[in-house]
Design a protein around this ligand. Structure first.
Ligand SMILES: Cc1ncc(COP(=O)(O)O)c(C=O)c1O
Length: 456
């Protein structure tokens, strides 16, 4: 790791802290260490999905159970969770409504390749909550985004998509890109990628409407896919009027606007786009939409639905190339309905927001007391702290990132019973997260910064 001295932080103190915290973790996680060793005999890197090694811990930490706001590991350590499975469990771990839906539907047939009896009802509830008349369901947000882009190409007859530099929309090949020297190239580090991104994708900076217009003028773009607030390269908020201009421009250029709210579902009941009256052509959401059960949805306008039907009528028979077998299974649908009815409620959003505001203000006070020029960004129940000034685009956000310090903070907090996401500094407040939980995070963050702070 690079512990070079940076403003406000003493690099040597940081290195000492990391060494000590790694040792503490090792001492207090003996059973996880044992499982990690024997798991490596049959799992790549000892874990069932390789990115489970992305945490700051010396070896993976194995979980025994997670309930509400609390995670318990196999060594009996408990944690207040602000990560919530990177959003999948944003409404709390195993909410009773989802546990009930799982138990009831699990005993009644999990998957049959046929629509279950609640389909009509759930469609109506989705339309009412999110304001779009037509819907489709997939297993993951990745699948939903992939399908949305495929439909967009088929409907418009155009091939290219526009994304914002620093975006993440899941493992959809054509979105795994960066803007680079006026063009677009594949992100660094991709494994086995053979997709020629220059043939499919344009990446431009977020908040740069002139750059979007420049690309759309070529009339080769089928769709713009965007998070309304960038959340995967730190948090980048839209400038005033940017999303409205994006909507107006895409409409004028007959380009479909796909808004991916997989993370910004945290904003408000019905999502960010609805709250801000953005009116996307296609709206995508996964992760927490069914309370943590694998499930994603995409909703679309009557015009898009008509386009989809035209495409279906005009195409030759055969496989559409879209869809996975377990999509829209009965279990996921039951959890989706339970989530709409009992999780995405006004009362739950109110509780999440109140707590997130409290945490945001507390973070501001911690940074002010250490004279650190850090910022806090918030979109509803989702918060992020970053180093330096609030960024306006992906590159600026990346410039402010500080992975060695982030890892040190995450490990320090984890050893004191607080979990943050392993990527940047994201925190979520669930309906069961309280100000007392937030106070624990704030107290330990303050002492961590006191230990590594320098006066320079
Ligand atoms: C905005 C956004 N869209 C899509 C995805 C992909 O979700 P999944 O990994 O569940 O397919 C993510 C994952 O982090 C995301 O942040």
């Amino acid at each position: 790791m690079n512990y070079a001295r940076r403003p406000g932080i003493d690099g040597e103190a940081l290195a000492r802290l990391v060494a000590r915290e790694r040792e503490t973790f090792t001492t207090t996680h003996a059973e996880s260490a044992r499982l990690s060793k024997i798991s490596a005999e049959h799992w790549l890197n000892g874990v069932p999905m390789h990115w489970m090694r992305d945490w700051s811990t010396p070896h993976p930490m194995f979980v025994r159970r997670a309930r509400g706001v609390e995670v318990e590991d196999v060594d009996g350590n408990t944690y207040i969770d602000f990560c919530f499975g990177d959003t999948g469990a944003m409404f709390g771990h195993s909410p009773p409504a989802i546990a009930r839906a799982l138990a009831e539907t699990g005993a009644m047939g999990i998957t049959s390749m046929l629509p279950s009896d609640r389909v009509a009802r759930v469609g109506e509830k989705l339309a009412r909550l999110f304001g779009l008349p037509y819907w489709q369901m997939t297993q993951t947000a990745t699948d939903a985004n992939r399908a949305a882009l495929r439909w967009a190409r088929a409907i418009t007859g155009r091939q290219r998509v526009l994304v914002f530099d620093g975006c993440y929309h899941g493992t959809v090949e054509e979105t795994l890109v960066r803007a680079w020297e006026g063009g677009t190239r594949a992100r660094a580090g991709l494994i086995g990628m053979n997709h020629d991104v220059s043939a499919t994708t344009d990446a431009v900076p977020f908040n740069d409407i002139a750059a979007v217009e420049q690309v759309l003028k070529r009339t080769r773009t089928a769709a713009v896919i965007a998070e309304p607030v960038m959340t995967n390269i730190g948090m980048v908020l839209p400038e005033d009027g940017f999303l409205q201009k994006l909507r107006e421009l895409t409409r004028r250029m007959q380009v479909l606007l796909i808004i991916d709210e997989t993370h910004t579902l945290s904003t408000a009941r019905g999502g960010y786009a609805r709250a801000q009256k953005i009116e996307p052509d296609i709206w995508v959401c996964g992760k927490a939409i069914a309370g943590g059960m694998p499930c994603a949805v995409f909703g679309f306008t009557a015009e898009v639905e008509a386009g989809m039907r035209r495409v279906q009528e005009d195409r030759a028979g055969g496989h559409s190339g879209m869809g996975t077998t377990l999509s829209a299974n009965a279990l996921a649908l039951a959890c989706l309905e339970a989530s709409i009815d009992e999780l995405m409620t006004p009362a739950n959003y109110q509780a999440m927001h109140d707590c997130a505001i409290y945490l945001s203000e507390g973070l501001g006070r911690v940074f002010a007391s250490k004279a650190l020029s850090w910022h806090v960004a918030r979109v509803g129940a989702r918060l992020e702290f970053g180093f330096g000034k609030p960024p306006g685009n992906g590159v600026e956000s990346e410039r402010g990132a500080w992975p060695d310090l982030e890892h040190a903070i995450h490990l320090y907090l984890l050893n004191r019973g607080v979990l943050l996401t392993p990527f940047h500094n994201m925190m979520l407040c669930s309906p069961v997260t309280t100000t007392a939980h937030a106070d624990v995070l704030l107290k330990h963050l303050h002492s961590c910064l006191r230990e590594v702070g320098s006066e320079s």
